[in-house]
Design a protein around this ligand. Structure first.
Ligand code: PEP
Length: 256
């Protein structure tokens, strides 16, 4: 089986200005010594306006932490007021970009087609897209969560080559678990992550499927991360609330 290095990604959402961002990155770096980066990749995903400041700290202090963005435009440049191009993010040294977070899908009407276009834009600029999928509570309660996630995954990656899919990270984030304190059980999370890997094998190939990192997201903290990442198809976590606390984020990263 391919070796997949765990990834912990901290999605700060619309929190922290650039000065607060500098302070948090410095605290995380202090709390997470370099030795941990041999076994886990750790990235912070701040608001756009913080990225330049985060870059300065990461480069200046030669940190092993990487950083990324929470969204990008499907376009590279032009008359798209308020949009941010993948080219700009790449120029700022971003490694990752989240696409299709449920808050973008629900509050900004992002469809699978838009998520696919954004995934392609990320790949054009050599950014690693963290492609988010996940079912709402009604779907889960109806027992249709596996089929729902498989369909969302296929729609969000439609037409990509195996080589392109190999450059993505997939995040399974059940909407009912995001920001609610109601984490999915490790068995429930594994059920969907296994189906994701099987789907990747179907739309790409077995080798690609075995190499892609699949994250779980939704109320992850230092107490539950260990059991989640112990599952065979869970390769890390996309962390919201707990990524804003340096000690908690460093602790859960060290556990992963
Ligand atoms: C998220 O926003 O991606 C997330 C998982 O949030 P939280 O960890 O706060 O549930």
């Amino acid at each position: 089986m391919a070796q997949r290095k765990p990834l912990i990604a901290g999605n700060w959402k619309m929190n922290l200005n650039h000065l607060e961002a500098i302070a948090l990155v410095q605290k995380i770096a202090f709390a997470l010594p370099a030795k941990y980066f041999d076994k886990v990749d750790v990235t912070v995903i701040p608001p756009f306006t913080d990225i330049r400041s985060v870059q300065t700290v990461v480069d200046g202090d030669k940190l092993l932490l990487t950083y990324g963005a929470q969204d990008l435009s499907q376009h590279d440049s032009g008359a798209y007021t308020g949009e941010i191009s993948g080219a700009f993010l790449a120029k700022l040294g971003c490694t990752f970009v989240i696409v299709g977070h449920s808050e973008r899908r629900t509050m900004h009407g992002e469809t699978d087609e838009i998520v696919l276009a954004k995934t392609k834009a990320a790949l054009r600029h050599e950014l690693t897209p963290i492609v988010c999928i996940g079912e709402g509570l009604e779907v889960r309660e109806a027992g249709e969560h596996v089929a729902y996630n498989v369909a969302q995954l296929k729609g969000s990656l439609a037409g990509l080559s195996a080589a392109e899919i190999a450059k993505t990270v997939i995040a399974y984030e059940p909407v009912w678990a995001i920001g609610t304190g109601r984490v999915a059980s490790s068995a429930d999370a594994q059920e969907v992550c296994k189906a994701i890997r099987e789907t990747l094998a179907e739309i790409a190939d077995a080798e690609t499927a075995a190499s892609v990192r699949i994250l779980y997201g939704g109320s992850v903290n230092s107490k539950n991360v260990g059991e989640l990442v112990a599952q065979p198809d869970i390769d890390g976590a996309l962390v919201g609330g707990a990524s804003l606390k340096s000690d908690e984020f460093a602790t859960l990263s060290a556990i992963a």
